[in-house]
Design a protein around this ligand. Sequence first.
Ligand code: NAD
Length: 303
Amino acid sequence: MNALSSVKLIDGKACAARVLVEVREQVHALREHGTQPGLAVVLVGTDAASQVYVRNKVLRANEVGIRSLEHRLPAATRQTELLSLIARLNEDPQVHGILVQLPLPAHIDEHRVLQAVSPLKDVDGFHSENVGGLAQGREVLTPCTPSGCMRLLREACGELRGKHAVVVGRSNIVGKPMAALLLQADCTVTTVHSRSRDLPALCRQADILVAAVGKPRLIGADWLKPGAVVIDVGINRIDEDGRSRLVGDVDFAAALPQVAGITPVPGGVGPMTIAYLMKNTLLAFALQQQATRQERTPCPSPC
Ligand code: NAD
């Protein structure tokens, strides 16, 4: 890679390392005062990818000094058992964040389980209370991947106000919260999806393009406005030249000469997701402290 392209590279690995240093320092300060944030990770079943994700999350938590509690349950776990575990974690004062690793086995109602997590401990930002809070612009826990993308964009672009952002993909996990966060940052936001007409023309309007589709190299150079900043959330495994490799939703090599900045895959958004899980655990801790203080403060007038 030449010098020009390395300037254009939005390095998620380096940014995630900076986020983790910030979190570690804050956790250290809390521990000096005798408290420690705790993150409970719940994994149901033996899905291979989920096992890797959970292992990495627990590892990262330990590295930054967050107490991690792993709950590994067999694939045949009944929904009621899972719901009672979540109820116990909601009540546990040592647990500040609860993450239920998705996907859950087919016999379990994912929505019901995610709604059972206390909104103040919902470090994934999937509870409808937090989804609604994000839409209203309140300070709530927001999903880790889009939150990490916002940090990358702020570092790459500086001021986001007034920029036209196009989000490709409308999932609950990435596309929709991403669009809401960009709107909160005063961008003009267009969300496009599989049913949108003339995607290339819509994408070419973007000062900021966020791709969250799951289709290898869907977005070519001719979909991009010269000077755009591109955040590629997609992670796609393909076989190429006789080897297996990970690529994004954007054709990185083709896009590079004409963009102002672009995240690589791997090494872009991926590391930010775990870093923001740690940041969210700290935020959950702070929100819970705030809620406890408010509960203890007597009402100033008869109410
Ligand atoms: P999803 O399948 O839930 O949603 C995909 C979205 O893309 C849908 O809204 C759909 O309308 C849209 N879409 C599908 N085909 C399209 C097309 N041809 N043109 C335009 N839009 C199209 O996926 P998701 O959970 O949002 O994940 C998207 C990608 O991001 C996947 O590759 C996933 O692996 C990756 N991902 C990465 C991270 C990370 O940490 N880097 C986190 C979450 C997801």
